[in-house]
Write a protein that binds this ligand. Structure first.
Ligand SMILES: *Cc1c(COP(=O)(O)O)cnc(C)c1O
Length: 225
């Protein structure tokens, strides 16, 4: 199976690049079928990333017999926070305290342990890109860290695609430095969610702990929503 072979290659490459540091591969399965997720699971993959709630919930039903770890990596809309809080183990794209508060409340109401979250940081300063500005990250972290239904784990970024590896590394280094600055204030963040199919090597070189890899594992996506 192509997925199995792709996964082996990526696992090998991540292991080499990480040089003994633990780096988790999050298999981004948006636009992919439940069948290929099952294939990836059979090849040892446990963590899967989805961006669209409805699509993810349908696949979760089809895969309910497997103990998978689900990460929500898409944009957060307030009318979907309840379902997201109750059906995922991680949320990578927290950008606003109001949404974080809703996730926290829903998680507590469901009687589930705190939801792992990352703050999404916009490093390129483009207004079209979602994410908190680096200078506002400390205030958001302070708010999120105080929410009982959430566990603030770290930072996530989704930089604009570029083949320029120096620029890739510059962005990822900036996220690592922001994490260090927050940890000096005592947040104990252990997660840097950065790196995708095209740039995970640069991300790992700059300290990534979770790489979010879609097409390099599964090939082209079948659908986008
Ligand atoms: C789709 C997506 C990915 C995976 O992208 P690939 O280029 O297919 O590896 C990673 N992170 C986020 C937030 C995504 O939306």
């Amino acid at each position: 199976m192509a997925v199995t072979e792709n996964l082996r290659q990526i696992q090998k490459r991540v292991l080499q690049l990480a040089q003994g540091r633990p780096v988790t591969i999050l298999a981004v399965s948006k636009g992919q079928s439940a069948t290929v997720i099952r294939d990836a699971w059979a090849a040892g993959q446990k963590a899967f990333g989805e961006s669209y709630l409805q699509e993810a919930l349908e696949k979760q039903v089809q895969l309910h017999d497997l103990a998978l770890e689900w990460h929500f990596i898409g944009p957060l809309q307030s009318n979907k926070t309840r379902a997201i809080a109750q059906h995922f183990h991680w949320v990578h794209g927290v950008t606003r305290l109001k949404i974080a508060g809703r996730l926290s409340e829903a998680r507590q109401e469901a009687g589930l342990p705190p939801l792992n979250v990352c703050l999404q940081v916009n490093l390129s300063g483009e207004s079209s890109k979602a994410g908190v500005a680096p200078e506002d990250a400390a205030a958001l972290a302070a708010g999120v860290a105080g929410l009982p239904g959430l566990r603030l784990r770290g930072l996530m970024t989704l930089p604009e695609p570029t083949p320029d590896t120096a620029l890739q590394r510059q962005r990822f280094a900036a996220l690592r430095e922001l994490q260090s600055a927050l940890n000096e204030r005592g947040y104990g963040l252990d997660t840097l969610s950065m790196g995708m199919s095209q740039d995970f090597a640069s991300a790992i070189a700059e300290g990534s702990t979770i790489v979010r890899v879609g097409t390099a594992i599964f090939g082209e996506r079948q659908k986008t929503s």
